[in-house]
Design a binder for this molecule. Structure first.
Ligand SMILES: [Zn+2]
Length: 242
């Protein structure tokens, strides 16, 4: 009798176990997004089968999340880089509470960008809600973004005597292309009017309007035919997007 009860209990337990294959909760999915961890370790570490989480896997996962926490800037583990404090520039140029941002939600910046935290957070919002959904799994998904300008002590549109650009205070970033995991790149220059990438690029551009105060692309003017300019200047009339 005791044997039968045990068998029934084991059967029920395994049945419950087998059913425990529901998709990851929203939070787990968000965590998975920014983890730069080999998928196998990541998958096992998050597996709901405890016997697969060996002490070594647990230790590796803990070590990696600790490393991420150490590299986090602006109080957000999805923003990886270095805090650099005041980045002094000549004259009115310079950035207060600047960071050197290396990656956002696991997506590498082609060159570390010196920007402030408001701009770093806006970049994350655009990336998570605009860029990543627009690209989806094409080319294996987004690996990097090609940053062609960040902090720079210069006037608007490089015109001497014009007002200082938002780049001069670390509130702007220029992006010329999206690197995919298979090595291909979606570029603003060739993609904006191409059959292949036009829709995705326009979707990305539109999604930046809101998180950023100024959004410029190829439709704005000739100067922006090959890149998006995003900045966090705020206007009383709302975002300016062209
Ligand atoms: Zn710019």
């Amino acid at each position: 009798m005791k044997g039968i009860v045990t068998s029934i209990a084991m059967f029920l337990a395994s049945a419950v176990y087998a059913q425990d294959t529901r998709p990851l909760a929203r939070d787990d999915a968000a965590v998975a997004d920014w983890f730069i961890v080999p998928p196998s370790i990541q998958a096992i570490a998050q597996s709901r089968r405890p016997e697969r989480r060996t002490p070594a896997v647990r230790a590796a996962a803990a070590e990696q999340s600790e490393a991420l926490a150490q590299g986090a800037v602006c109080g957000d583990i999805a923003l990886q880089g270095d805090r650099i404090g005041t980045h002094a520039g000549p004259g009115a140029c310079g950035v207060e509470d600047a960071v050197r941002l290396r990656s956002v939600s696991g997506v590498l910046l082609s060159t570390p960008a010196i920007i402030d935290c408001t701009t770093a957070r806006a970049l994350r919002t655009w990336l998570d809600d605009g860029l990543l959904p627009a690209v989806g799994s094409e080319g294996g998904g987004v690996a990097s973004i090609r940053v062609v300008a960040h902090y720079a002590c210069r006037a608007r549109n490089n015109v001497a005597g014009a007002r200082l650009s938002e780049h001069a205070s670390g509130r702007a970033i220029d992006i010329a292309g999206i690197g995919l995991r298979d090595g291909q790149e979606i570029t603003v220059l060739t993609g904006w009017n191409s059959n292949d990438d036009s829709q995705q690029l326009r979707r990305m551009w539109r999604a930046a309007c809101g998180p950023f105060g100024t959004v410029l692309g190829p439709q704005a003017n000739q100067l922006h035919r090959d890149h998006f300019h995003f900045d966090t200047a705020r206007y009383r009339s709302g975002s300016y997007c062209r």
